[in-house]
Structures are given as structure tokens and as C-alpha cells.
Write a protein that binds this ligand. Structure first.
Ligand code: SAM
Length: 336
């Protein structure tokens, strides 16, 4: 199955009325029409939004599963939890919010009264709010501390990772998690710089990277030269790939038969994890191909739904450039 740009028609060039309100509030939910279409939240159904963020998707789910459907919203970021809980307070106890890493989705869902659900959404990565917050260090322009943790109470900030790692470790990190072609050159420049002065802000790191990489052939590149380095650091600091793999396993166990999992990824490493997970659960059996009959007894537990991956429409990308790299995958829980 190839990927496909989705051509859901938009009612006007500015998008649906929801879009205007959400833009004013700072974050446009990505592929929201597709998410609602795939999750199809009906009245009385239970959903989990594992990446609550600004609550854009959750708002639409709560509207669709009214009057008695419920949503459990999770986010590792205490600021997102506080802001979105206030924004969506009008839904009362139909929305339950927990500040947690979604690695704990299984235990948190059971504790919160969501042991079996009809849909789970993961809209990975970071929100426009986080990118805009100076003190979080996610942006190339941030003059505040280079932190990059979704949950500033857990793990170590990016500035510490940079201060502690050797040239080899940084090279490996930028290659593996950023697919950065100039990884070693950048790692050397960072280590040289930190001997003069600690690298404490996003703006400082971006300047070091910019000086270290050769100018792109044929003029300006479409992306900032520090994009891959920032991506690699953010993934490492938040253990994003490990946590995603763990959470997918537990999410599957929470789905009722017929329940759907929707994941939106923004870079190929994450998307590959989702793709392989769905493929493995679609196959079920893990016996080597040389075995004449199955001896593992594992049955398929997921069925992919729709195009894999589904891409945002051109109209959405024009309206919300952040959606450009989104890849959505949906799978349905089988009875096994
Ligand atoms: C792209 S934003 C979600 C935006 C949201 N769908 C909306 O419409 O406003 C991703 C959110 O997921 C959170 N997040 C990322 N990884 C997480 C994890 N492992 N556990 C919990 N929250 C996570 C981030 O803090 C961020 O707020």
C-alpha cells in the first residue's frame, strides 16, 4: 500500500470554523478531520488522547462522542496539562486528564477508569506552544535554557547531554537520531565551543551548528542547518523511540475488539516503529519461515485501516506548514 495525500475537501480556503478558533488559541491540530473520521467517536464511547497538547484533537473527540462519551487525556508536559485542562473545563468529568509519560498508558488508563477503550490517538512530537516557549529550548531562536524535556521534572536537559558527551557519542547521536550527514564535524565544533563556554541556549547551539556545516550547494537549504541536530537531541532527551515502542504494546491491550489506534508521526524513525509494529501485529505468527507449521500460536491482533501512511492534504499543508511532515497510520484491534 502506498502513501497518499488525503483530499478531504475543505469548505473554505481558511479551513473549517474550528480552525479559526484553534489558531487563535495557538495550535492547529494536524489531520483532525482524518482522525475524527478514523476514530469515529460515537456517543457514549471512550477514547484516550495520549498526547493531549493544546487539546485540539480532544476537543473534536469530545464534541463527537457527546453527550456521555469520555476522553482520557495524557501529556508529559505539566504546562500543557494545566493549560488544556482549563481550556476544556466546560466538558466536566467527560474529560479526565493525567500528567504522565504515555509509556505508562496501561497503568494510568486502568487507574483512571479507562481499562478498555474504543480509540487511542498519539499525535507525536511537540506542540506549537512548546516551540514558542523561550524557556523550553526547543527552538533555534530560544535565548532561554537548552532543556528540551517534555517533562522538565524527569531526566536530564539537552544542555547537560551536550556538556557530558564525547565527540564519538555526539556523532553517533546526530547520525542515528538526526540522520545528519555532517554529524562528526558538528560534534567536534560543539566540543570545541564548550571548552570556551558552556552551550546553554538553543540560539547558541544553532549558531555553532551553522558555523560548522558547509553552505548548501546552490544557495539556501529548505530547512535550518540545525534542524537534524535539534531533532536528535530532543529524541534522546525524551527517549522518544523507546517510549513509543513500549506505549504501542500497552495501547493495543487497552483497545476493545474493533477499537482503533491512530498514530501521527513527524519523522521517519518514529513512523518506522509504528509501521513495523502494525505489520508484526497484523502477521501474528513469529515462527521462522522455514517452519512447516506454526508453533508459536500467536494470532494477528491488528488490521491496518486505510492508506498506510495517510498524508495531509495539500490544502492543510498550505494552511498549517507544521503538518507537512505528518504521516498517519491507523489500525483496528481484532478479536484475538
Ligand atoms: C503534537 S503535540 C499534540 C497536539 C495535540 N494533538 C493538539 O491537538 O493540541 C504533542 C504533545 O505530546 C506530548 N508528548 C510527547 N511525547 C510524549 C510522551 N512520551 N508522553 C506524554 N506526552 C508526550 C508533548 O508534550 C506535546 O504536548
Amino acid at each position: 500500500m502506498g502513501s497518499r495525500r488525503n483530499h478531504i475537501s475543505l469548505r473554505d480556503p481558511g479551513g473549517p470554523p474550528h480552525a479559526v478558533k484553534e489558531m487563535e488559541e495557538g495550535h492547529l491540530p494536524v489531520m483532525v478531520e482524518e482522525v475524527i473520521d478514523l476514530l469515529s467517536p460515537v456517543p457514549g464511547s471512550f477514547q484516550i488522547d495520549a498526547t493531549l497538547g493544546g487539546g485540539g484533537h480532544t476537543l473534536r473527540i469530545l464534541e463527537a462522542n457527546a453527550p456521555d462519551g469520555r476522553v482520557l487525556g495524557l501529556d508529559a508536559d505539566p504546562a500543557a496539562v494545566e493549560r488544556t485542562q482549563a481550556r476544556l473545563a466546560r466538558f466536566g468529568d467527560r474529560l479526565v486528564v493525567r500528567q504522565t509519560n504515555f509509556a505508562a498508558i496501561g497503568s494510568v488508563a486502568r487507574e483512571a477508569g479507562f481499562p478498555a477503550v474504543d480509540g487511542i490517538l498519539m499525535d507525536l512530537g511537540l506542540s506549537s506552544f512548546q516551540l514558542a516557549e523561550e524557556g523550553r529550548g526547543f527552538s533555534f531562536r530560544a535565548a532561554g535554557p537548552l532543556d528540551m524535556r517534555f517533562d522538565p521534572g524527569t531526566g536530564i536537559p539537552a544542555s547537560e547531554l551536550i556538556a557530558r558527551s564525547s565527540v564519538d557519542e555526539l556523532t553517533d547521536l546526530f547520525r542515528r537520531l538526526g540522520e545528519e550527514p555532517h554529524a562528526r564535524r558538528i560534534a567536534r565544533a560543539i566540543v570545541a565551543e564548550r571548552e570556551r563556554t558552556p552551550i546553554a541556549t538553543g540560539a547558541q547551539l544553532a549558531a555553532v551548528v551553522e558555523r560548522a556545516v558547509p553552505a548548501p550547494r546552490g544557495g539556501r537549504s529548505r530547512i535550518h542547518p540545525a534542524t537534524r541536530v535539534f531533532q536528535a537531541l530532543r529524541i534522546a532527551v525524551n527517549r522518544e523511540l523507546e517510549v513509543l515502542a513500549e506505549a504501542l504494546e500497552d495501547a493495543l491491550l487497552l483497545l476493545r475488539p474493533g477499537g482503533r489506534l491512530v498514530v501521527i508521526a513527524y519523522h521517519s524513525l518514529e513512523d518506522r516503529i509504528v509501521k513495523r509494529f502494525v505489520a508484526a501485529e497484523r502477521r501474528g505468527c513469529i515462527c521462522p519461515p522455514s517452519f512447516p507449521v506454526c508453533s508459536c500460536g500467536l494470532a494477528p491482533r491488528l488490521r491496518p485501516v486505510g492508506h498506510q501512511p495517510l498524508l495531509p492534504s495539500d490544502a492543510e499543508v498550505a494552511r498549517n506548514p507544521r503538518a507537512r511532515s505528518a504521516r498517519l497510520r491507523c489500525a483496528e484491534r481484532l478479536a484475538a
